[in-house]
Each structure stands twice: as structure tokens, then as C-alpha cells.
Ligand binder design. Structure first.
Ligand code: FA5
Ligand code: MG
Length: 468
């Protein structure tokens, strides 16, 4: 305990303690408890060095990133690059649907406040700039709170390469991890993933041939159209944006035997697009529960993305004054949760192999329903054996069948971990890893040992192997 607290307590407990000391103690404890509370939320001493992905910053009164969040950034390859993760599969499905969209990835989530806010016209008093909403590295740097933070640099890069190629209008995608001081519950997490998808059109674009992009006589912005834009052109762009999204959602979620998925476009506001919308999807009745695990009724809707017509002043500034376009930002966790029926957003970050093994071999657009993993610990046992000398009819499926027959529902995973051929006589050895786990209780070593031993015996008897 801090020396000054001990000193004050000593004074209070001594016979001649005074009221003012007690008051001081209470005031001090109150201050400490508030300080501890903020500390939990990421406040750090000012002037310390803070390292994120090998870049060093100096903390100031804006710094509010908890170590836990830095751990998520530094943990390993981003989830969208990790094949056994549903976020990777969803990102891939978007890349396949939005063919020919150039894909940008920015590994480092630390951006300047200019990138995260000013570059996309977020007003200086906007709530998203506050320390309660955004993770600040220091006064000038934040963890990007959306992939829109990189729009401007992509526009600028593509302005140079596509300057003289009117028919090759920019279309690109930014996939990245983003961070927010949001509530944490089943559908919200401090770290999540977005795909920013953007397409621009120039007058020469074939679909635009019949209409002008700009109407200089249009001086007033309405709910449906920015000033200077030609409403007819905007309607075409809006239609392209929405129909591409809708076809992706139908491709993902519609099954041949059920009703098509229900979605709706809701008017929204973003400083960097106008008009703007959010897309909501109706949750399938039997798949959805609220945070208390109660079933939600059929009319529950989940927001999937925000989008709109890009503010023209951004395009003018970044080298595309002759183009108009749309931009959208998908929440990848939301898509993955609905697609694979994953009940909790926190699962994407689990290191539990009972989760990753379910997605390891899936392909994008391959339907799969997540099977909840047990809350009890895994027991991991290996079996190594020599294959019979005469093994022309050897089949790994027989090994799996025996493991499952004896281990039953206590076997969570079984896979061939290692194969080896002894050089001197060409004899083959296999090693299988079996992960045991129950949904009802923690398994003891003894009971798993017994099952494991029975599996070994069965392999010897049925398949003629020799345990090593
Ligand atoms: C944005 O982040 C905008 N940048 C989207 C955009 C891009 C608009 C381009 C216009 C043009 P929003 O805050 O609504 O918007 O987030 C977009 C999506 O991210 C949401 O629809 C939701 O699917 C997902 N999302 C938002 N907050 C969280 C969270 N805490 N946890 C998980 N997913 C989230
Ligand atoms: Mg939103």
C-alpha cells in the first residue's frame, strides 16, 4: 500500500485522530478509486514511452489505450490474414464478390487524428473525437476507429495511377482491424474489423454515357443529393452501390429451400458521405438471442454496414474532381456472426483450438453452422504408432473411426500430426493428436488415460499397428 495511505490510516486509528484527517482519508480514497478506475480504462502516466508494433510514442494527457488492447494489436497476424478464422473467410468472400477491386491493407492501426477525422471532414466538436469514444496513443495519434481513415491516401494513390485512364475508374477495398471505446457485449467489441469498399465513376464510364455527373446549376443540397451533383447520375451510383451489396447478401445468406433474407436500407448520417444509409438485416428467428440468452423475436434487425455518396470536396481535394462515387464500410464480425451462427463477438479472439478447427478447412461462401465449444478445459493426448509392414490398404479413416467409436462425444478433435518414414527400413510411423473435452464437466487425467489406452488397444487389435 502507498506510504502516504499507511501514514493517514495510522493517524486515523491512533487515539488523537481528528475529523479533518478522516475527511482527508475519505477524499484521498475517493481520488484513488477514481484514478484506479481510469487506469483500468487505459490512462497512463504522462511522458512514458509507449511502443506499438515497433513504433515508439510518448504518452501525454490524451493517452488512453489499455495494455489489453495493445496485446490484441501485437498478438499475431491480423485475423483477416489468419486462414482458420471466420474473419479471414468473410474478407475473402468480399474480395471474391467485389472482383477487380484493388485491395489495400495497412498493418499498423495507429493513424494521425488528421487521417481518422479531418481527412474525412469529421467536425472538430464531433463526439467520435472524444477520449471516451476513441483510443488515443497521444494527442496527435489514435487507433483508427474505422477503415475510412485510409480513404484519402487511397484516393491520392489512385489519382496518380488512373489519371489518364478514364475507363479504368478507381475501385478499391481496405480491410483492417479497427478499435473503439465502445460497449463490450455479444455484438460489440473494442477491436473489430471493417472492409471499406469504394467505387468512383467518371463521365466517360459506359453507364454514365447518358447523363452528366455534375449540374452546376444545382446550388442547394437536398436529402437526396449534394450540391453540384446531377440527381440522375446519383441515382445510378446509388443503385449500383445498393445492388452490389444486396447481391452479396443474397449470395451469402439465401438458401434454396428457405425464404430470402430480409434487409432494409435506413437513412443515416456520416460527415464524409451524403446521402448516407445503413443496411440492416433481419435476424433469423431461431438463431438470435439477446445478451441474457433469451430468444429475440423475429423483428430484430442487426446493422451490417454504413455507406453513402462520397462528399465531393474529398474527391476534389484528393485528385478526382472529375468523378463521383460511393463508399461503404462493412462490419466483418457482424457478417461472420450471422453467416456461421457465432453467438458472441468475443469468440473471434479466442485461442481455443475447438473454435479454429471448425473453420480451418472451410472455403469462402461454404456454409457451416458453428458448434458451441465447451467451457471446460481440453485434455490433449498423442498416439504414435508404427504402421503394419504390409499396409497397402491402410486408411486414415479407419483410425478416425476407431477414435470416435471409443472416445465418442468426449473427442473434440483428432488429427494426424506427424508422419515419418524410418530411413533404414522404410517403416512408416504416424502420430495422431486427440483433444478430449466434455460439455458437461472437467475431465480428469485418469478417465482420459483410460479412454486413450482403450483406443491404443483397439488400434493394435483392429489395424495391426505397433504402439511406439
Ligand atoms: C463507420 O465506421 C463508417 N466509417 C462506415 C462508412 C464507410 C460510412 C464509408 C460511409 C462510407 P459505423 O460506425 O456505423 O460506420 O460502423 C460500420 C459497421 O461496423 C457497423 O455497421 C457494424 O457492422 C460495425 N461495427 C460498428 N461498431 C462495432 C463494434 N463495436 N463491434 C463490432 N462491429 C461494429
Ligand atoms: Mg453505424
Amino acid at each position: 500500500m502507498n506510504q502516504s495511505v499507511i501514514h493517514i490510516i495510522k493517524n486515523i486509528t491512533s487515539a488523537n485522530s481528528s475529523r479533518s484527517l478522516l475527511q482527508r482519508f475519505i477524499a484521498y480514497s475517493f481520488r484513488q478509486s477514481i484514478r484506479c478506475k481510469f487506469k483500468r480504462f487505459g490512462d497512463r502516466p504522462v511522458g512514458e514511452s509507449l511502443k506499438i508494433l515497433d513504433r515508439e510514442y510518448r504518452t501525454d494527457e490524451w493517452t488512453n489505450i489499455p495494455d489489453k488492447v495493445i496485446d490484441l494489436i501485437e498478438r499475431h497476424d491480423p485475423l483477416y490474414k489468419t486462414p482458420g478464422n471466420p474473419i479471414y473467410l468473410i474478407a475473402e468472400s468480399l474480395r471474391q464478390h467485389y472482383t477487380d477491386f484493388e485491395c489495400f491493407q495497412f498493418r499498423d492501426p495507429v493513424v494521425t487524428t488528421w487521417q481518422n477525422f479531418d481527412s474525412i471532414l469529421v467536425p472538430s466538436d464531433h463526439v467520435s473525437r472524444s477520449k471516451t469514444d476513441t483510443f488515443y496513443v497521444d494527442k496527435q495519434h489514435v487507433l483508427r476507429s474505422h477503415t475510412s481513415a485510409h480513404q484519402s491516401e487511397c484516393f491520392k494513390r489512385l489519382a496518380n495511377t488512373t489519371k489518364h485512364q478514364a475507363l479504368n475508374d478507381p475501385k478499391f477495398m481496405i480491410i483492417g482491424d479497427v478499435y473503439r471505446r465502445d460497449e463490450v457485449n455479444r455484438t460489440h467489441h473494442a477491436a473489430f474489423h471493417q472492409a471499406e469498399i469504394v467505387q468512383l465513376y467518371s463521365e466517360q464510364h459506359c453507364r454514365m454515357a447518358t447523363t452528366n455527373l455534375f449540374d452546376e446549376s444545382n446550388e442547394t443540397r437536398t436529402d437526396h443529393c449534394q450540391e453540384r451533383h446531377n440527381l440522375n447520375a446519383i441515382r445510378i451510383v446509388e443503385n449500383e452501390l445498393k445492388s452490389q451489396v444486396e447481391s452479396y447478401i443474397h449470395l451469402m445468406f439465401d438458401s434454396t429451400d428457405g425464404d430470402p433474407i430480409q434487409m432494409r436500407w435506413v437513412p443515416a448520417y456520416f460527415p464524409f458521405t451524403h446521402p448516407s444509409w445503413e443496411l440492416e438485416i433481419q435476424l433469423p428467428r431461431n438463431k438470435s438471442t439477446n445478451d441474457n440468452g433469451e430468444d429475440l423475436d423475429k423483428s430484430e434487425w442487426l446493422e451490417m454496414l454504413g455507406c453513402g455518396i462520397v462528399e465531393q470536396s474529398i474527391l476534389d481535394r484528393d485528385g478526382h474532381s472529375n468523378r463521383i462515387g460511393w463508399a461503404l464500410g462493412f462490419g466483418l464480425e457482424r457478417l461472420a456472426m450471422l453467416y456461421y451462427a457465432i453467438p458472441d463477438i468475443r469468440l473471434f479472439w479466442t485461442r481455443d483450438t475447438g473454435f479454429s478447427v471448425q473453420f480451418d478447412r472451410l472455403k469462402p461462401f461454404e456454409r457451416y453452422r458453428y458448434r458451441p465449444i465447451s467451457a471446460y478445459p481440453q485434455k490433449i493426448f498423442d498416439i504414435a504408432f508404427w504402421l503394419p509392414a504390409e499396409c497397402s490398404e491402410w486408411s486414415a479413416n479407419d483410425v478416425h473411426a476407431i477414435i470416435l467409436e471409443i472416445g465418442g462425444h468426449l473427442v473434440e478433435q483428432a488429427h494426424l500430426m506427424d508422419e515419418w518414414t524410418r530411413p533404414k527400413d522404410g517403416r512408416k510411423s504416424n502420430c495422431y493428436r486427440i483433444v478430449y473435452r466434455s460439455h458437461e464437466r472437467a475431465l480428469t487425467n485418469d478417465e482420459v488415460n483410460r479412454i486413450h489406452h482403450r483406443i491404443e488397444q483397439a488400434l493394435v487389435k483392429e489395424l495391426n499397428v505397433e504402439i511406439r
